[in-house]
Design a binder for this molecule. Structure first.
Ligand SMILES: NC(=O)c1ccc[n+]([C@@H]2O[C@H](COP(=O)([O-])OP(=O)(O)OC[C@H]3O[C@@H](n4cnc5c(N)ncnc54)[C@H](O)[C@@H]3O)[C@@H](O)[C@H]2O)c1
Ligand SMILES: O=C(O)C(=O)C[C@@H](O)[C@H](O)[C@H](O)COP(=O)(O)O
Ligand SMILES: [Zn+2]
Length: 349
C-alpha cells in the first residue's frame, strides 16, 4: 500500500506493508553518497540479526522520551558530524515516535538540513512519522523545541509491530482512536465494534491506513499549523500535561485527554454529544486509566496546559473540541471557567 502526498513540490511516499524495509530503502539509498542510521536501542537489539542485519554500525538512541532531551540531541548531532555527515547524505531514522521526533529534528538542523527517511516501528508512529513535525522536549514541557521538516519517504514495515509490548499497543491505539474521531461516526462505530474484546494488529490494519489518510488531509491543507492542523491536537491539551506529569505513554495520556475533550464538548455545547459512560466503560475495559483523572491537581494541570503551543490569549487555554464526530473547532476557555470544568470532571468519575 502506498500513499503519495500532493504538495505543490517536494512530495513523498508513505509505504505501508509487511517485509518491505530493505528493498524499499535500497531504492532510496541509491541516490545518496552515504547513509547514516539512527536506531532505537530496543529495536536494534530485537532486529539486529534479522530485519536490520543489513545496517552497519548505526548510531543508537536510547528510545522513549530520553531520546528527546537536549543531551540526546547533542549526542546525535555530534555523532553525525563525527561520522562526516554531508548535505548529499541520507539519514534513516528507525524507531517509534520519540526517536522519529528526535532524529527528524537532528536531520533538520545538522548542517541546516540533511535528507531523511522515517522508518516507524510502533503503532503510534503511524501518526508521528508523517507530516514533518519534529521536536525535542524542554524542562517547560513537551515538544517545545522543533521545526517542520518533511521526510523524503516513510517506510512503515508492519512486521516491527509483532514485538511491540501491550502498553505500547494501547498507546498507539490512542492515536488510531483520535484519527477515527476526526474521520467520521461510522469509522468510530466500526472501530469500537471490532475492538470490543481485543485490539489486534489484523483488525487495526485498515484503521491505520484510514488514520494516515485522515492525518494527511489536515497536513496537506495546513502544514505549518496556522489553522485546521490544530485539530490533530484533539485530546492533546490535557493529554500532554498528563503525559508530562505522570510520565505516561503518549497515546495513553491522549486517551485521557480525549475523554476530557468529550466532557468539555458536552458542557460547551450544552447537550449530550458524547455518551460519556459508554466511552468511559470502553476505555476502562481496554486498560486506559481513566480513573487517574480523579486525582489530578487542577492548578498543576492548568500551569502545564498554559505552555501549550495552541494558546493565543492570556488568561485562557486553547482546546480542540467537537460539535459532532468528524467536526472539530478550536476554542479558548477562560482559566477560572476551565478550573471549574476540571473539578466537575473529577466529581463525575
Ligand atoms: N511528530 C508527530 O507528529 C507526533 C505524533 C504523535 C506522537 N509524537 C511523539 O511520539 C512519541 C511517542 O512515540 P511512541 O509511542 O512510538 O513511543 P517511543 O518511541 O517512546 O517507543 C515506545 C517504546 O517502544 C520501544 N519500541 C519501539 N519499537 C518497538 C518494536 N517494534 N518492538 C518492541 N519495542 C519497540 C521503544 O524502545 C520504547 O521503549 C512522543 O514523544 C510523542 O510526543 C509525535
Ligand atoms: O501532527 C500533528 O499536527 C499532531 O498534532 C499530531 C499529534 O498526535 C502529536 O502528538 C504532535 O507531536 C503534537 O504536536 P505538538 O506541537 O502539539 O506538541
Ligand atoms: Zn499525539
Amino acid at each position: 500500500m502506498e500513499i503519495r502526498t500532493n504538495y505543490a513540490a517536494d512530495n513523498y511516499t508513505i509505504h505501508v506493508d509487511h517485509g518491505i524495509l530493505e528493498s524499499r530503502l535500497a531504492n532510496y539509498s541509491a541516490g545518496y553518497d552515504a547513509v547514516h542510521f539512527l536506531v532505537d536501542h530496543n529495536v536494534y537489539e530485537l532486529y539486529k540479526s534479522s530485519v536490520l542485519s543489513f545496517i552497519d554500525s548505526p548510531i543508537i538512541l536510547e528510545g522513549g522520551e530520553a531520546s528527546k532531551s537536549f543531551d540526546a540531541f547533542k549526542r546525535i548531532t555530534e555523532a553525525l558530524l563525527e561520522r562526516g555527515v554531508q548535505r548529499h547524505h541520507l539519514i534513516v531514522v528507525v524507531g517509534g515516535g520519540a526517536v522519529g521526533d528526535a532524529g527528524g529534528f537532528a536531520a533538520a538542523t545538522v548542517l541546516r538540513g540533511v535528507d531523511y527517511i522515517q522508518v516507524p516501528t510502533t503503532l503510534l508512529a503511524h501518526d508521528s512519522s508523517i507530516g514533518g513535525k519534529t521536536a525535542i522536549n524542554s524542562t517547560h514541557g513537551k515538544n517545545l523545541i522543533g521545526v517542520f521538516y518533511r521526510p523524503k519517504a516513510v517506510i512503515y514495515d508492519l512486521a516491527f509491530l509483532e514485538t511491540l509490548p501491550d502498553d505500547e499497543m494501547l498507546s498507539g491505539f490512542g492515536e488510531v482512536f483520535k484519527h477515527a474521531l476526526l474521520n467520521n461516526e461510522e469509522t468510530v462505530r466500526n472501530l469500537m465494534a471490532k475492538t470490543q474484546e481485543q485490539i489486534s494488529l489484523d483488525v487495526l490494519k485498515p484503521f491505520i491506513i484510514r488514520g494516515i489518510e485522515t492525518k494527511m488531509h489536515y497536513v496537506l491543507n495546513d502544514e505549518k499549523e496556522s489553522g485546521i492542523r490544530k485539530h490533530l491536537n484533539l485530546g492533546h491539551t490535557l493529554g500532554h500535561a498528563i503525559e508530562y506529569k505522570y510520565k505516561m505513554p503518549h497515546g495513553i495520556a491522549v486517551v485521557l485527554g480525549l475523554y476530557f475533550m468529550m466532557f468539555l464538548s458536552n458542557r460547551v455545547e450544552g447537550r449530550e454529544l458524547f455518551d460519556l459512560d459508554h466511552f468511559k466503560q470502553y476505555f476502562i475495559h481496554h486498560g486506559y486509566p481513566i480513573q487517574k483523572l480523579k486525582s489530578i491537581d487542577e492548578e498543576e494541570m492548568m500551569a502545564l496546559m498554559g505552555r501549550d503551543k495552541k494558546n493565543q490569549s492570556r488568561g485562557a487555554i486553547g482546546f480542540v473540541l467537537m460539535k459532532s464526530i468528524g467536526r472539530c473547532h478550536f476554542t479558548e476557555i477562560e482559566n477560572t471557567e476551565l478550573k471549574k470544568y476540571l473539578s466537575y470532571l473529577k466529581e463525575s468519575l
